[in-house]
Design a protein around this ligand. Structure first.
Ligand SMILES: Cc1cc2nc3c(=O)[nH]c(=O)nc-3n(C[C@H](O)[C@H](O)[C@H](O)COP(=O)(O)OP(=O)(O)OC[C@H]3O[C@@H](n4cnc5c(N)ncnc54)[C@H](O)[C@@H]3O)c2cc1C
Length: 351
């Protein structure tokens, strides 16, 4: 625990995996944190994260985050399982307030504080502010007004997971835990991965199978639906919002292009509407901080999903942020400048 600090309270905009990890890292270092998240508190779905095991700085904070993410030392984990563990850890942390249903529309700063304003015109003030608000980041628009939006990469990823027990039993043993399988066809690229299921169960039949289908064939439709506007991705398509006609088309395309085992996974997800169509974006950062405001995760450097790079880099960002704050405990502007020095070249090279 630190002694008296010159800056104590942080606002984090965005409470997905990056924001939750940043909040935990700060709280465990003795800071108070308010996380502002636009979505409601329901747990969300995703596919899988392939976790890198290479430590960033070997700190206790980093070890704690890696332990939570990997549930010990698993290589592949369900996105939703990581989210749930991080949420539970945040709930136990007295220094963190996680506020849902709060969409931030602008951020700002002066010499003594930083703030975020919600669409209800509520202003949240703090000593410093960190944007973990993903590929359409409001914080990025503040930090880099000349290059505020990520570029749409030209394709969408359909992601989700299904219970293995719903799949043909004869296929259960063919799949290895923690393995990822890659396929290509005229319908794009498909990665599936086997990960621990509910409550970390690992026996065949009790696991989850995650999938990510890169689909480049629906760009005109995405524009019609408003997912793309002037070439910039606006939002992801969640199950309930996917038009029936598109689901039917996906079902037929899957059956015609993927092998029987993979098609069985996709047919279940399509039938249950348990898939998300997430536009893939690219953003190469040229700034990560200014004064009392910084950004981490997909806000700072948007990556293609399924490499897991987005998650692994956001973990490294959070660790680098804490290391920088420890280096300059009396000056938040120096600390955030140090964070940028440590991370900018690294994230630019990885993009
Ligand atoms: C539902 C979901 C499922 C995903 N599934 C996978 C997956 O299976 N595999 C994979 O590799 N990656 C997946 N990702 C991406 C992955 O989480 C990120 O690449 C990585 O973890 C870095 O996350 P992040 O927290 O920086 O950004 P994100 O995960 O994009 O989170 C940004 C958060 O900020 C919130 N937010 C955005 N704007 C505002 C605002 N104005 N005010 C307040 N809050 C705001 C969003 O609601 C969101 O919760 C998924 C992301 C989401 C949101």
């Amino acid at each position: 625990m630190m002694t008296h600090k010159q800056f104590e309270h942080a606002i984090i905009v965005g409470g997905s995996l990056g924001g939750l990890m940043m909040g935990l890292a700060l709280s465990r270092s003795g800071y108070t944190v308010t996380i502002l998240e636009r979505a409601d508190s329901s747990l969300r779905n995703g596919a899988f994260i392939r976790l890198h095991t290479k430590p960033y700085s070997h700190s206790a904070i980093e070890r704690g985050l890696r332990h939570l993410a990997s549930n010990g030392n698993n290589n592949v984990e369900a996105w939703s399982a990581i989210q749930e563990r991080l949420r539970n850890a945040v709930a136990k942390e007295p220094g963190i307030t996680l506020q849902h249903n709060t969409r931030i529309v602008s951020v700002g700063q002066n010499e003594s504080s930083a703030w975020a304003t919600s669409e209800e015109q509520q202003t949240f003030k703090s000593d410093f502010l960190i944007g973990a608000d993903g590929y359409r980041s409001i914080v990025r628009r503040y930090l880099n007004p000349d290059k505020p939006f990520a570029d749409y990469a030209g394709y969408l990823a359909w992601v989700g997971k299904v219970d293995e027990e719903l799949l043909p039993k004869k296929d259960w043993k063919k799949r290895q835990l923690s393995s990822a399988y890659f396929n290509n066809s005229a319908a794009g690229a498909l990665t599936t991965a086997v990960m621990p299921g509910i409550e970390g169960r690992t026996s065949p039949g009790q696991r989850w199978i995650g999938f990510c289908w890169f689909d480049h064939s629906h760009n005109p439709l995405l524009s019609e639906l408003g997912v793309l506007k002037d070439g910039v991705a606006q939002y992801s398509l969640y199950g309930e919002d996917i038009p029936d006609s598109l689901l039917e088309e996906l079902s037929q395309t899957s059956q015609a292009n993927w092998n029987k085992e993979d098609d069985a996974i996709l047919q279940i997800a399509i039938r249950e509407r348990s898939l998300i169509g997430t536009p893939v974006n690219e953003y190469i950062a040229n700034i990560l901080s200014k004064g009392r405001i910084a950004m981490i995760g997909d806000a700072a450097h948007t990556m293609s999903p399924m490499t897991g790079a987005g998650f692994n880099d956001s973990l490294d960002d959070a660790v680098a942020m804490i290391d920088s704050i420890k280096q300059y405990p009396n000056s938040i502007t120096k600390a955030l400048g140090e964070y940028q020095t440590r991370r900018l070249d690294v994230v630019r090279q990885q993009a």
